[in-house]
Design a protein. Structure first.
Length: 179
């Protein structure tokens, strides 16, 4: 867990829940700074889709970069993904799943080889960190940056009951991670 990420406060006594409308609000209030989360998406290429593993040099460079991100309190998560040949796609129509298709998938440029989840103050800060990133494939590579929705982005539709459910689920996830 990043050094600046505070643990979820757990179940709150009656009357205290209003102080913590969701996990992100809790983190922001403890850090005393506005924050936003971004998913950093490493696009797949022919090598990642063929299952070619990164070199020792690239693994070392990425390890050092990840260490910088963690020390700065930015990295919340990060993982590499297996090729799409080990995956599947499910298609919905209304509430019903109408197809399940096993990989591999043809459009390599639309596939993801890995990701990070970061907490930063702005999109500009995320881009500045990305400019320090080692080339993730060692060849021509593309990284996509997407802001993650926060509870307040959903407006009134995200009712107090839904917020309470979100808080409970996040606390359960954190407890499972510690087990």
């Amino acid at each position: 867990m990043p050094t600046s990420a505070a643990p979820h406060p757990g179940p709150l006594p009656k009357g205290e829940r209003e102080k913590y409308t969701n996990f992100t609000d809790t983190l922001n209030s403890q850090n005393k700074e506005p924050a936003m989360r971004f998913m950093v998406i490493i696009k797949a290429d022919k090598n990642t889709e063929a299952g070619v593993m990164p070199s020792q040099e690239l693994l070392a460079a990425m390890g050092a970069y990840n260490e910088e991100l963690v020390k700065a309190g930015i990295m919340l998560a990060g993982e590499g993904l297996h090729p799409s040949s080990k995956g599947a796609r499910l298609k919905f129509k209304g509430e019903k799943i109408v197809s399940v298709v096993d990989g591999p998938f043809a459009e390599t440029k639309e596939l993801i080889a890995g990701f990070w989840l970061w907490k930063v103050k702005s999109k500009d800060e995320a881009i500045a960190w990305l400019k320090k990133c080692p080339n993730p494939t060692g060849e021509e590579a593309e990284i996509e940056l997407r802001q993650v929705f926060e509870a307040e982005d959903f407006g009134a539709e995200f009712t107090p009951e839904l917020r309470a459910q979100e808080d409970r689920l996040r606390a359960e996830i954190e407890a499972q991670a510690k087990a």
